[in-house]
Design a binder for this molecule. Structure first.
Ligand code: PA5
Length: 330
């Protein structure tokens, strides 16, 4: 059954990271100023995740072309596209080439792979044949290898993270994932992270729930949400009390102010939503902690797919949209 198929891929996250740790990579890209990462969806999320591990300023661009500032202050740049054929990412890379930039590339092939090889750009070609969102370990791990001089990583962090996600996906995280999915069953999940570490993981949870379970979900960032979203749960509370579940992604490194905000936010809003839960990051390094939460999000999305008898592999609307767009005039 399709849930088991995606489950096998989630179980492979640790091995994908080990592959990336061992793959022959070009010399790390120098990042004297800022780093620009371009990529969409299941590929672009690796840029968001790496941005919180970086020791340099990182901008993640998700759209056509390049941000306007790039021509004035050309950054180091990396393009991520698992298929290698995503039109927004290709348009960014073509614009970068026209500006004389040399983008690094992580892809399984496609037009982006051809551009990287043909132009001699630094690149890592990852194994193909997967759904982009199921290739997180290959894509994120390879991105980390391309910028390893500009990220907060120590020797052994990769293998420790791989071992930890193996433990979680292989059994230790299963009961918690089942409990969290039970809290979200028939509800719209709203995932909260904290800026600086877990916000991109909240985004990953949202998109995994969208794509694997075909379930609407939203995410937001603490403390920003305390300045707007916190007031939003009252007007439709007859609806939200039945149909919204909030999960906070927590980490021991949160400041005491952020911890207080989570507690107070739950106290002030908890009665206007159906359920509030939380899950704590595990591990020592920042890489372990964000990947432990990513692994839990993957497991929760699969539990929701299972509960709804949904095929987590297929994403027909994404594929149909890409085909229809290809038929539209440029
Ligand atoms: O998960 C998916 O399939 C999508 O979000 C894709 O990642 C997205 O459409 C971009 O494609 P690619 O990752 O091949 O660049």
């Amino acid at each position: 059954m399709a849930v088991e198929e995606m489950e096998q891929l989630v179980l492979g996250l640790g091995d994908q990271l080990r592959w990336a740790a061992d793959v022959e990579a070009p010399a790390p890209i120098e990042v004297p100023g800022g780093l620009l990462i371009v990529g969409m969806g299941g590929s672009g999320i690796s840029g968001d995740l790496v941005s919180v591990l970086a020791s340099v300023p990182v901008t993640v661009h998700k759209g056509y072309g390049l941000p306007a500032w790039v021509s004035n202050r050309p950054p180091a740049m990396i393009a991520l596209s698992y298929s290698g054929n995503t039109e927004e990412t290709l348009s960014a890379v073509e614009e970068a080439r026209d500006l004389g930039l040399t983008p690094g590339v992580v892809t399984a092939g496609g037009a982006l792979g051809e551009l990287a090889v043909g132009n001699g750009w630094p690149h890592i070609i990852v194994p193909g044949g997967l759904q982009p969102r199921a290739a997180l370990g290959y894509m994120m791990g390879s991105l980390l290898r391309l910028v390893e001089d500009s990220v907060d990583l120590k020797p052994g962090d990769f293998s420790a993270a791989a071992d930890l996600v193996d433990q979680l996906t292989g059994g230790l995280g299963r009961d918690l994932a089942t409990d969290l999915a039970a809290g979200l069953r028939d509800r719209i999940p709203v995932i909260y992270g904290t800026n600086g570490l877990t916000s991109p993981v909240a985004q990953r949870w949202k998109t995994q729930i969208n794509e694997n379970a075909k379930w609407p979900a939203w995410w937001n960032t603490m403390p920003e949400l305390d300045h707007n979203e916190i007031v939003s749960w009252t007007s439709l509370s007859t609806l939200t009390r039945r149909h919204v579940g909030i999960i906070a992604l927590r980490d021991d490194s949160e400041s005491s102010r952020v911890e207080a905000r989570y507690n107070l936010t739950a106290r002030l809003t908890g009665s206007d939503v159906a359920w509030v839960g939380e899950v704590w990051a595990q591990g020592v390094s920042r890489l372990e902690r964000i990947l432990s939460l990513c692994a839990m999000g993957d497991l929760v999305s699969l539990e929701l797919a299972r509960a709804g008898s949904i095929d987590p592999m297929a994403v027909p609307e994404i594929e149909t949209l890409k085909q229809l767009l290809a038929e539209e005039p440029l």
